[in-house]
Design a protein around this ligand. Structure first.
Ligand code: NAD
Length: 909
């Protein structure tokens, strides 16, 4: 049996919103609105038909033995070289063997299906066994044109062979005709296109049915023998009409991908076919047709092997990995449709010495480095001496392919001065898994995406263009692995060990499950007692949650100890240390209720509630904090309640215990600080057995514990830098609760204590919370009480508005001035801050001195324009200057270079 044995696809990540084309050019070509739905795929500035072909081929070769390939055919009408074999470039990038055939199939939109039929015939003849057929196109069109809307960029690859066939080849039928619906002269950049009506009727509408009917006759089949019908036609209506005329039900027709990608030229039949393969089941029959100066029709039947095929990005994966672009000017620049000044640096000679390219062919085109035979160390580039200082062997390097080795970002920088089509140029060091590192350009990403440790893959891209000589230089660049940049902000607990008390039910169970889902190893503690804490308890509650975690693939152990005793607390922590060797997270959650109005509150009910909530938190936190201190890391969450924070009738014991936990947090926050132990408190509102008779029924329904979980996960995370704060959380609503202290009023004098009458007379002032502030600790509060208000700011308190004011930033700027860095500096910065609290300030720096005044300076070296909010974020270190500048939040007029001195001259953050 011969047929397709693998497939691969590449659709560029960038997708141009068609409305952006219309919005920019609709004034000139209003009719393009008719096809302005969805988005078209768009090559990045460093992608072309070759780079896309390499990407699709790599996807196709994933899990295959590339040494078994004995031919590579490349089909495209947009090949960068008219006389240098383009398939040879793809082959070099794939680092394929040299003793085989490479061929370019071109000059017609049906070149891909022609290459595919040729490949089948070659394998059928027994001459060759495995042939990779890749089709790729990046078609150029003029601006504000229907074809700019219709077309997209992309590549598809199909492997032809006789082993592990996933789609058996049953036969083909071809038609060739000198039908010229469009053409491109040998010296022209753009197609010349004849009237669309004629293309539709005499072209697609004639050749495709003829080829399909010809195939039916040849194979003795009918449309009933076809489950999926693939043919390109970017006229959406006509695409459907042809199927109707062929007698095919609409559901047989494979979508022409107009909304999601656009027509990818030669590659399009392949991409539509691959999207059908991705959904196909054994036994399905697919008919594929290619169109262009006639048509080719091919017929396939899916085999059982389709289920065994290894993972491929394919069309679905490519479409999912996208970044929408609504900046039409960017499209024009990337497509070289506008002339921009690239600066003198861009004029540096770009001639490629083909002698060097040949000598270093494997290194440049195939990213082949070396691996030491003696010690196994990989290195790039290959060299005569092993880089391993403990080895240093001579001439010990075997070829080592880095292109498929997973890598991570080790360092990176963004360079606004380097020549780039899409500044800033981002580059840095990548570290390969298993050893080896190299300096690489980063492609297909924004500066905000990059972080140290970001997983990247190496991808074949255009490096530079020698327009004078018509040469494209290719090399490998680092591209973030899809989804990895977004994962940077994901809250994860990998390698963390968490203890959740009372985790057998309600909120605790929800916390434990989520922690485990996000990578934590969890101690699920629960006594399994009654709602009021009575009874002997049962292991069932904790065991059940542990089972749930294990079923999700997580790690957890159960603990049944009582938090209300010191021994119980000790054993809970010990079970974490025994099972997982450390403690990073503790959620003090176990709780009971024994409600009674105060006069009926017997000591037993008072004490039992205190024992579980307050003493329980003490018993577990103490040994847990000792373990956290060992690692210099910890996150502790206390559980308070609205009853404690605000009061609730009949819950004096519970209110007192819950508010006492806030006191415990207030001091632990200080004691844990130097060991990076953050302590916060949640006040949940959630449906559980504790609240089933307390909450109104409709509220109970809406209050799933899962709505509290996100806050607690944040408070448990490494990213949480908050400590000593309380948060109400329920039903997806969150707010902060805090103790605020009003400004002090001084009465009497040191010799004469004030009288009650004076307090009475000043009651309004004393009782006022106007200008109230949150205090860092008791000392700060005492300080604030006894210090005159003007000196408040030195007392260590936190402003209620932690953002501060623009005026305050300028007032404090002199304190952060680094005189030693300003020895030879002579510069005037003008600040123009818009929005609330904004205004104009200027700063004169001369001979190591600095002065700051409000107003406008006559001759500033540069003017910095920002909104007040962005300025405050930048000056507090939350918004780094470079992203602020590249995103337009920071605008600089005048000498931009001088503005870079700001970070050197002032302490920011
Ligand atoms: P829940 O009764 O569903 O869960 C509490 C768990 O703690 C139970 O599984 C129980 O067996 C366990 N437990 C009780 N005493 C224990 C002990 N001595 N040792 C070990 N485990 C023990 O209640 P919930 O609503 O999920 O409450 C969780 C926490 O949230 C409690 O501290 C509660 O006071 C607090 N809280 C809940 C709400 C709410 O709206 N649900 C509101 C405010 C505060």
């Amino acid at each position: 049996m011969i047929g397709i044995t693998s497939y691969g696809a590449y659709i560029p990540r960038l997708r141009l919103d068609r409305m952006a084309i219309f919005q920019a050019m609709g004034w000139f070509a209003p009719a393009i609105m008719m096809v302005a739905q969805g988005e078209r795929s768009m090559c990045n500035w460093d992608e072309d038909s070759i780079t896309m072909a390499v990407a699709a081929s790599r996807d196709c070769l994933n899990g295959m033995d590339k040494g078994s390939l004995d031919a590579l055919y490349l089909a495209s009408t947009t090949l960068p070289f008219a006389d240098r074999q383009n398939a040879g470039i793809v082959s070099a990038a794939l680092n394929l063997r040299e003793d085989f055939i490479t061929a370019d199939y071109t000059a017609s939109q049906k070149a891909a299906t022609t290459a595919l039929i040729t490949a089948f015939e070659s394998v059928l003849s027994g001459e060759r066994k495995n042939i990779l057929v890749t089709a790729s196109d990046r078609r150029e069109t003029k601006t504000a044109y229907f074809y700019e809307m219709w077309f997209g960029d992309g590549a598809g690859s199909l492997m032809v062979g006789d082993t592990d066939v996933i789609a058996e080849y049953k036969g083909s039928y071809s038609l060739s005709a000198d039908f010229v619906d469009h053409y491109r002269g040998a010296d022209k950049k753009y197609d010349y296109v004849w009237e669309e009506r004629w293309t539709r009727d005499a072209g697609y509408g004639t050749f495709i049915p003829q080829a399909i009917n010809g195939l039916f006759d040849k194979l003795g089949i009918t449309m009933d023998d076809v489950d999926k019908l693939v043919y390109p036609c970017f006229f959406k209506g006509d695409h459907r009409k042809i199927a109707g005329e062929l007698g095919a039900d609409p559901e047989k027709l494979v979508d022409n991908m107009h909304e999601v990608c656009g027509e990818t030229g030669v590659a399009h039949s392949f991409l539509m076919f691959i999207s059908a393969l991705e959904k196909a089941k054994p036994g399905d029959r697919i008919l594929m047709c290619g169109f262009g100066q006639g048509a080719n029709a091919l017929y396939f039947e899916i085999t059982e092997n389709i289920a065994k095929l290894s993972e491929h990005q394919g069309v679905a994966g490519s479409l999912a990995n996208k970044k929408s672009v609504d900046n039409y000017l960017k499209w024009l620049k990337f497509r070289d449709l506008i002339k921009t000044e690239m600066g003198i640096r861009a004029e540096a000679p770009t001639q490629t010495a083909t002698t060097v390219l040949w000598r270093k062919n494997k290194m440049i085109m195939g990213l082949v480095g070396g691996q030491c035979r003696e010690c196994g160390t990989p290195q790039f580039p290959k060299s005569d001496i092993c880089v391993n200082p403990n080895c240093g062997a001579f001439y010990s390097q075997d070829d080592y392919e880095f292109s498929d080795v997973p890598a991570k970002v080790k360092t990176f920088t963004a360079d606004l001065l380097a020549v780039s089509v899409d500044p800033p140029a981002i580059y840095g060091m990548v570290q390969f898994e298993g050893g080896g590192r190299m300096m690489a350009d980063f492609a297909d990403c924004e500066l905000d995406d990059i972080y140290v440790g970001l997983p990247v893959s190496m991808e074949f891209k255009c490096k530079s263009f020698d327009k004078e000589r018509g040469f494209v230089n290719y090399f490998w660049k680092a591209v973030p692995v899809p989804g990895a940049a977004e994962a940077k902000d994901a809250v994860r607990f990998d390698d963390r060990v968490a203890i959740v008390t009372g985790a057998g039910a309600g909120l605790g169970r929800a916390y434990a499950l989520e922690l485990a889902k996000r990578g934590a190893r969890v101690v699920v503690n629960d006594l399994g007692g009654a709602r009021d804490g009575s009874g002997d308890g049962s292991a069932a509650a904790a065991d059940q949650v542990v089972d749930e975690i294990k079923q999700l693939g997580g790690e957890a152990v159960a603990n049944y100890d009582n938090v209300a005793t010191p021994e119980g607390g000790q054993r809970i922590v010990q079970s974490a240390l025994d099972a997982f060797g450390r403690v990073d997270i503790l959620i003090n959650n176990a709780g009971i209720l024994r409600d009674k109005s105060f006069l009926k509150m017997e000591p037993d009910n008072w004490k039992t509630v205190m024992d579980v909530h307050l003493n329980g938190a003490y018993h577990v936190t103490r040994p847990a904090m000792a373990a956290m201190k060992e690692n210099g890391y910890g996150r502790i969450v206390m559980t308070t309640s609205a009853a404690g924070l605000y009061g609730n009738f009949g819950q004096t014991n519970y209110s007192a215990a819950k508010m006492a936990l806030v006191g415990l947090m207030n001091t632990l926050k200080l004691e844990g600080k130097k060991n990076n132990i953050k302590v916060n408190t949640v006040a949940p509102i959630a449906a559980s057995r504790l609240t089933e008779d307390v909450m109104p029924p409709d509220l109970f329904e809406k209050s799933k514990p899962e709505f509290v979980v996100p806050m607690v996960m944040h408070l448990c995370s490494e990213g949480c830098q908050e400590s000593g704060s309380i948060f109400n959380s329920g039903m997806g609503y969150f707010n902060r609760v805090a103790v605020f202290t009003g400004p002090a009023t001084q009465l009497g004098d040191p010799e004469n204590p004030p009288t009650p009458e004076q307090v009475h007379a000043n009651w309004k002032k004393i009782n006022s919370l106007e200008g109230a502030k949150q205090m860092e600790d008791a000392n700060a509060a005492i300080f604030a009480l006894i210090m005159p208000p003007a000196e408040d700011s030195a007392s260590g308190e936190t402003s209620a508005d932690s953002g501060g004011s623009v005026q305050a930033v300028f007032d404090g700027m002199l304190d952060g001035f680094k005189a030693e860095a300003a020895a030879e500096v002579d510069v005037v910065f003008q600040f123009s801050i818009s929005g609330q609290g904004g205004g104009d300030w200027y700063c004169i720096i001369k001979n190591g001195t600095c002065s700051i005044d409000q107003g406008l300076h006559d001759k500033p070296a540069c003017t910095i324009k920002m909104t007040a909010a962005d300025f405050l974020a930048m000056m507090s270190g939350k918004l780094p200057a470079m992203p602020a500048f590249t995103s337009g939040k920071l605008q600089i007029a005048g000498d931009v270079m001088k503005s870079q001195l700001l970070e050197k001259l002032f302490k920011i953050g």
